[in-house]
Ligand binder design. Structure first.
Ligand SMILES: N[C@@H](CCC(=O)N[C@@H](CS)C(=O)NCC(=O)O)C(=O)O
Length: 108
């Protein structure tokens, strides 16, 4: 199943997600969502994410609604074990898609 990235030109957050996909050579389909045209408010898009924001990554049953969470997910799923520090947790709020990972305390 093709990974879908809902993205948009001019979005720095979406750029980070695109960049990660390209750096990891992950095949995907980019789907443009125009914020100026209000496409992020359409019911079809809101059905995918309650936050109504880009970027949004859909990989099968995995859905990530935030560029930081997308980066961590892609690194874990496609980047190999060395790509993500294991002290960087990615919690979920029950009933909602994953948000940004919670930064771990700075370590010496
Ligand atoms: N924390 C989010 C922020 C995403 C974000 O602010 N996306 C903007 C575009 S850059 C958006 O979708 N804005 C529409 C809105 O908030 O209604 C991330 O880093 O992914």
């Amino acid at each position: 199943m093709t990974i879908k990235l809902y993205t948009g030109l001019g979005s720095g957050s979406a750029y980070k997600a695109e960049l990660m996909l390209h750096l990891l050579h992950v095949p995907h389909e980019s789907i443009a969502v125009s914020i100026p045209k209000g496409e992020h408010t359409l019911p079809e898009f809101r059905a995918l994410t309650p936050f109504g924001q880009i970027p949004l990554l859909v990989d099968g049953t995995e859905v990530y609604t935030d560029s930081q969470a997308i980066g961590c997910y892609l690194a874990r799923a496609y980047g190999g074990a060395e790509s993500v520090p294991d002290f960087w947790p990615m919690p979920r709020i029950p009933g909602l898609p994953p948000l940004a990972p919670v930064p771990a305390p700075v370590r010496d």
